[in-house]
Design a protein around this ligand. Structure first.
Ligand SMILES: *Cc1c(COP(=O)(O)O)cnc(C)c1O
Length: 392
C-alpha cells in the first residue's frame, strides 16, 4: 500500500530538535524562561507590531482579546458562521455575550455586504453605540476570521467597524504571514489592522509549537491587560496578590523555543505552500468541472500564506462524502469544510443572515493535503487520485 498522505501535519527538523534540547538541558521547561519573551518579540517584529502576548492556545488568545475588549453579558458580537468553533465561543459564550451569525463572500471570509445590511437595516446607531432592534442588545464587536489564510475584505470591514462603532477583532489563527503588498493597507499583516488580533500555533497551523497562541493589539493597554489576565492576574510576585479573576493561559519555554525555530522557517513554508497550491491548480483547476478556490488578491494587493487549499466539487457533480471516502481508500486524507456554527448544538437560537454562499461552500468543498513537507510527488499522487474519482 502506498504511504499515507495526511491533510496537514507539523514540519519539524534539526532546528526544532536543537531548540527543544537547549530548553530541556537548561532546566527552563515550564512557564518561566527567556524564550517566551524572545518569541513574543520576534513574532511582534515579524508582523510589525510593538508587542505580542503569548498564550497556551489560539483559543485562549481569543478569550483574552474578548476580555481585554470588555465584551461581556448583554452584548452581541457579529461573527462568521463558516469557521471553526474556537473563533466563536471564546468571544461570545466564554464572556457571557451572544453571537449574530453572518455568511461568507467568495473568499470564505465574512461577507461585508451582509454585515453592512445587518448594521444598517436591523440595528439602530445611538449615541453610545449600535443596538440590535430585535433583541435590544448592544452590538459591541465585529469578528473577522481570515479563513484558510485568505485576507478578509479589510478596507470595507474596517470602514464598517468605524461607522457603526464596533470593536474589530481579527482571528488570524490561520493567516500568519498573509499581508497587503499594495494599496492603502500595504505592509499590514492579517491580525494587525483591527483592535486586537490572534494567532494559533496548533499542530495543523502554518507554524506550530505543538499548541500555542499569540495576541497583538493596537491598544498597548489591552496587550498589557491580556498578559496580566494570562498569568492569573498576579499583582504582586512575592505576596501572591491577585487584583481580578485571571487564567493560566501561559506558553511554556519549550513551546516558545519551538516557535523561534518555526518562525525562522515561516517564509520558506509559505513558498512551499504557494508551490503546492500552484501544482494543484495546474493539475485540477478547470478539469472535469473541478475548481480550486482562488485566494483573494484583488489587483495584486495581497500576499496570502496559502495555508489550506479548497477543492470545489459542485461543478463536477461529485458527492462530497463519497469523494472523501474514495481518497481515504487510496490512503489520502481530506476533509469537508466545518459544519456551520449557527447549526451547532449551542447556537441555533441566535440570529443568522446572508447564508447562501456559506451553505453552498459547506456542501461543496473539501480541503486537500497541504503540509509544508508534502512532496511534489505526493502532490501528483493526490491529483491523480482526484482525477480518477472525477472520471467516475
Ligand atoms: C485553529 C483555530 C483557532 C484556535 O486555535 P487553537 O490554537 O487550536 O486553540 C481559532 N479559530 C480558527 C479559525 C482556527 O482555525
Amino acid at each position: 500500500m502506498s504511504n499515507f498522505i495526511p491533510l496537514s501535519v507539523p514540519n519539524f527538523g534539526p532546528e526544532e530538535a536543537a531548540r527543544a534540547d537547549e530548553a530541556i538541558r537548561s532546566g527552563w521547561v515550564s512557564t518561566s524562561g527567556a524564550r517566551v519573551g524572545e518569541f513574543e518579540g520576534q513574532l511582534a517584529a515579524y508582523v510589525g507590531m510593538p508587542r505580542a502576548v503569548a498564550a497556551n492556545a489560539g483559543s485562549s488568545a481569543l478569550h483574552l482579546a474578548a476580555l481585554a475588549a470588555g465584551i461581556g453579558p448583554g452584548q452581541e458580537v457579529i461573527v462568521p458562521t463558516l469557521t471553526f468553533i474556537a473563533a466563536v465561543s471564546p468571544l461570545t459564550r466564554y464572556v457571557g455575550a451572544e453571537p449574530v451569525f453572518i455568511g461568507c463572500d467568495d473568499s470564505l471570509c465574512i461577507d461585508p455586504d451582509a454585515v453592512e445590511d445587518f448594521c444598517a437595516n436591523r440595528c439602530t446607531l445611538k449615541a453610545d453605540g449600535l443596538y440590535n432592534d430585535r433583541t435590544g442588545a448592544r452590538v459591541a464587536a465585529l469578528e473577522v476570521v481570515h479563513v484558510f489564510g485568505n485576507m478578509a475584505d479589510m478596507p470595507r470591514l474596517l470602514d464598517i467597524a468605524r461607522r457603526y462603532r464596533l470593536t474589530l477583532i481579527e482571528d488570524a489563527t490561520e493567516a500568519l504571514g498573509t499581508r497587503y503588498t499594495a494599496g492603502p493597507l500595504a505592509g499590514r499583516y492579517a491580525g494587525t489592522m483591527g483592535d486586537a488580533g490572534c494567532y494559533s500555533f496548533n499542530g495543523n497551523k502554518i507554524i506550530t509549537t505543538g499548541a500555542g497562541g499569540m495576541l497583538v493589539s493596537n491598544h498597548p493597554d489591552w496587550a498589557e491587560h491580556a498578559k496580566h489576565l494570562s498569568t492569573q492576574a498576579k499583582a504582586d510576585e512575592l505576596q501572591f496578590l491577585h487584583d481580578e479573576v485571571g487564567y493560566n493561559y501561559r506558553m511554556t519555554n519549550v513551546q516558545a523555543s519551538l516557535g523561534l525555530a518555526q518562525l525562522a522557517r515561516l517564509e520558506d513554508f509559505i513558498a512551499v505552500k504557494q508551490a503546492r497550491y500552484d501544482q494543484y491548480r495546474r493539475g485540477l483547476d478547470g478539469v472535469r468541472g473541478l475548481r480550486i478556490l482562488p485566494f483573494r488578491d484583488e489587483e495584486g494587493t495581497v500576499r496570502s500564506n496559502h495555508w489550506f487549499f479548497s477543492l470545489d466539487l459542485r461543478g463536477a457533480g461529485l458527492d462530497r462524502d463519497r469523494f472523501i471516502a474514495g481518497l481515504q481508500a487510496r490512503n489520502i486524507q481530506t476533509r469537508p469544510v466545518w459544519a456551520l456554527i449557527h447549526e451547532q448544538a449551542d447556537y441555533p437560537k441566535n440570529e443568522a443572515y446572508g447564508l447562501d454562499k456559506a451553505l453552498g461552500y459547506r456542501a461543496g468543498i473539501v480541503n486537500l493535503p497541504c503540509s509544508t513537507n508534502l512532496t511534489e510527488a505526493d502532490c501528483d499522487r493526490v491529483i491523480e487520485a482526484v482525477l480518477a474519482l472525477a472520471a467516475g
